[in-house]
Every structure is written in structure tokens, then in C-alpha cells.
Design a protein around this ligand. Sequence first.
Ligand code: IMP
Length: 413
Amino acid sequence: MPTLVVVGLQFGDEGKGKIVDLLAETADLVVRYNGGANAGHTVANDKGTFKLHLVPSGIFNARARCFLGNGAVIDPEVLIQELAGLSAAGIATDRFRVSSRAHVVMPWHKTADAAAEAAKGKAAIGTTGRGIGPCYMDKVSRVGIRIGELLDPDSLCAKIMRMNGPPGFLNGFDFNSVRRWAATLGPAIADTDALARESAAGGERILLEAAQGTMIDLEVGTYPFVTSSYATAAGACIGSGLPPGAIDEVVGVAKAYITRVGNGPMPTELDDEVGAALRRAGNEFGTTTGRPRRCGWFDAPLVRYAAEVNGLHGIILTKLDVLSGMQTLRIATAYEFDGQLRGRPMVNAEPYGRYLPVYEECEPWDEPIAGITDWNDLPAAAQRYVERIEELVGVPIDMVATGPRREDIIKRY
Ligand code: IMP
């Protein structure tokens, strides 16, 4: 495996956790490079089922080092809990490091997140409430707190007391928590960008793991209904410290249909019984917030755009098994906007609701396919569905996932 980036091609929740867990089997280093505890990666393997928010899914490979890169924002309480949970399940965490340059999500960032959402009323983004936006705002405003500052808790406490935060931001803040975070996380704090470059120079196999998906990336997603970090392949360099030339390959993960949590455009949304059936069959409820996910038909122009933005070499299509037994099956092949055909998705929110998907009917299949690992064992209609997506997106579908376990996968190329 060369240096590989794994990104999400839709609105997040494409099943990247499972795929990274699988691909990390041969990695020497795994770096999660963006986002924070807004992410929820579910990984089911021989050690159990785990819901990770911060620690890279590569932690289950006993050989790989795992970094949370400088592009991530860290809620220390969540990270401490997650590491403790992994240790309790017998997973060694001594190979885990967090970048000294990653920013710390403080309690007042979460308060500010909730307040900003409430103030927006109907125009709310539907954030996860994990303080992500306000933490990145402080980073960009150059007033944030970096993980490395935990190494000198006294200076950090003094800095916090001098800070010019929102009114009452320190009410109830327990300064002892800073010392506790420092004591627990201190040994894991490192200059991970330098370590990642050394690893690349030494010819190690590196996997760069994105959180969230291309369509909620701050730059190329459906702004303002996006997260505050770079979830695309370009973000892999910014958030890990590796230069662009170090990246060899980019693969993207897409669901065989589409889901979105939170507000914002979603042209192929099924606000009906069919959408509800998909939600039930796919257990489409947020890993982080438990919110029901909006479900819809596979949106080919949207994934084609994501393929273009990320410079994809291959696609991994997940949850194909969820589509068994659907009465109808459709793929959006284009949009109609004010009477004109469009091949690209909207990336600004203003035409929301006026982008109408143009659908192609696909032949559904009844047979359950969960756990199938051989392409030839798939019903012909399921094969045609995958091939049609491949054709419409224009990128090879290397693997097809047929269930939540690591081994539920068809390797095609
Ligand atoms: P934030 O990242 O909490 O600020 O939320 C901004 C938007 O991104 C909201 O629509 C969230 O639902 C969405 N979002 C954030 N993280 C994830 C994720 O890991 N999966 C799917 N959607 C997410």
C-alpha cells in the first residue's frame, strides 16, 4: 500500500470507519486529519463493536501507529474516555499520538455552538453540538488553545484566565480539569507532522483517514450547511503535515444510496415511506447524536463531483445489502434546474429545492446479499446496479461492502 487517502464522497456516514479498519491491516501509520468528536465511526471486528469519535479506526491494527493530526480539534474529555474504553476492551493504545498543533475544544465552544444554532432559528445548520465551529473559529482568529499547551498546565491556566471569551465563559470551569487532561494525555502529545514526514521518507505505508464527507467540506460542500474543516483529499496534507507529493492514491467511500444528517440541500431525499424503509433497513441513525438520517436515492452527479474534487483512483461502495428487497430502485443521473439540465450538484444553498433530480429506473432485486464476498454470487440486477454507478461516476468501484463486519466485502479489482 502506498500513501493512501480515504475520503467520504457524500455527506459523511458513508461507512469509512469499517473501510479504514480493513485497509489499516497493512498500514504502518494511520492519521486522522480533520474534524473532531462530531464524527462517529462504527467499527465491528473480532474485538467487538466500537463507536469511535476521535481515535483513528486504524487503532485495531496492533502494528500501526495512529495519529490524530494537526487538522483535528480535540475534546479532551471525549478522547480520554475513548482511550480508556479501548484499553478496557484489551486494545493497546500506546501507539496512539495526538498532534501538539491540534486545537482543544473547550466547554465554552460547545455552549457557543448551541447558542449560534439557536440564534439561526429555521436557518440552523443542524450541527452535532460538539463545539466544532467555534473551536475552528478560535483557531482561525488566532486565539485558540493547542494540545501542546497542555504540556505546561500552569501557563495554560494563566492564559485561560486572561482570555477574552464570551460573557461568563469561565462560569463553572474547573481549572483542575486542565491538569487532569495534561496528566492523562501528556505522554501521547507529539509533533505528529514531523513524525508523519519521517514515516513517509522511510517508505512506510501510510493511510490518511478523513472524517465527514466531501459535500460537507468547508470549501467544496453545500456551504453554509457544512462542517468547519477540510474533509477532502486536499485536507489530508493540511491536516497531517505531509506534502502533496507524498500522496500516491485517493480512494473514496460512498453508500449505495445516500444519507444526510443535519440541514441543507439533498436533491434525492425521499421524504416518504421509501425513505423510511431505507432508514430502517440501513439503521440510519447518527452515531454521534442518534438523530435519524435523511435517506435518498444514489445521486450520481454528486458523487461524480466528489470524484473530481478528490482526484479519485477508486471507489468503495458500502451497504449494497441494504437495497435487497426494495420495490423500486432509482439513480439520479442529472438535475433539472429552471428547465435546464445540469450535471453538477449545487454547491451554494440558495437554489435549494429547485434542483430536481432526473432519475433512471434500475431493476431491483429481492435476494438477501449480506455477507457475500464473491462478485459472481451477487444477483445479476445487483451487479448491474454497481456497474451502472461505475459508468455514471466514471471511476472504478474497487470494493463493495455487503455488511457491517470487516469480512463482508467483495474485492473486485
Ligand atoms: P458540525 O460539524 O457539528 O459543526 O455540524 C455541521 C454539519 O455537519 C451538520 O449538518 C452535521 O450533521 C454534519 N456532520 C458533522 N459531522 C458529521 C459526521 O461525522 N457525519 C455526518 N454528518 C456530520
